[in-house]
Write a protein that binds this ligand. Sequence first.
Ligand SMILES: Nc1ncnc2c1ncn2[C@@H]1O[C@H](COP(=O)(O)OP(=O)(O)OP(=O)(O)O)[C@@H](O)[C@H]1O
Ligand SMILES: [Mg+2]
Length: 315
Amino acid sequence: MKISQVINCSFSSWYPAFHDISIPSLVIPLPNEFIEYLNSDGVALPDSAVHDSGGAGYDSDDTNQVPAFPEFETEIKDNIEKLGGKVFPKLNWSSPQDATWISFDKTLKCTCPCDLYLLLKSSDFITHDLTEPFTHCEDCGTQDPIKYELVLRKWIDIQPGMEFRCFVRDNNLIAISQRHHTQFYEFIGKESKDIVTDIKVFYEENIKGKFLDESFVFDVYRKEKGMVILLDFNPFGHVTDSQLYKWKELTAETIPDSSDGPTEPDQPSFRYVQTKDCIQPSPYAGFGMPIDFMDLATGQDPSKLMDFLSLVRYT
Ligand SMILES: Nc1ncnc2c1ncn2[C@@H]1O[C@H](COP(=O)(O)OP(=O)(O)OP(=O)(O)O)[C@@H](O)[C@H]1O
Ligand SMILES: [Mg+2]
């Protein structure tokens, strides 16, 4: 994968050309001091943001040394208001999906700068955007400095079963996967033909030949029959979760089989979870756990296990 493929999927690269088929969104450049704050250790929040949250349960103390970002904060508030009072945040590529466990309602819904700071500051995915967005690129090391930005998207209550990830290779829509592939949604099997038709028509009318690469991945929300909305673009390669496919299948000569059997000619392959038996925990469930627990559970760090086993209980 090339750096240019990753850059083409950053929000400001694609949104201007596709805004009319996507969610209303506003972009604010990230001030350098704010990037430094996000990269610093700890999860302390600026006092100004805490006070402005209207006492929504956030704590601050007199020893708070976090810098204030008054202009940036005003811009965030104005844009939240313009987008209807509730927004979904992300940076150039990623949203802080691994940090939902820390928010009050366990979602990424933000109504004030404080909600936003807490999610961004607690997320490893955001740190990845800021520190190593091109690590998996074969030409890594040759890029210009990145202009980082905060993306605020109008909040919409999404029915997760209606989201799909679509794989395009050489300008052909080759495969579609249920987006939240650890869950079972009964209606998908019943509507599979209509889902494929709606997404294929949406791709051909709105996306084909208009994106900056010939191979890429796009995510959609099929709000209802015949109504599809574009959510995001991702690079065609291992950095993107291939969900119910393997990347090996998506890059092979033959189109992979669908959930219902061999894929019909000229149709994209379509995979979805077919039975309740295949339900798994959410891929983000582990992020709220202390890292030591995770290491113990997965055997990642044997020395931690040995320390744990040699613990003596004093009563
Ligand atoms: N405007 C929105 N309002 C509410 N929820 C949203 C909104 N946009 C996205 N989501 C939800 O958040 C999820 C992640 O969104 P998005 O794809 O933009 O993040 P991402 O970090 O790029 O994810 P990935 O790494 O999987 O590509 C979506 O699957 C959707 O369920
Ligand atoms: Mg994405």
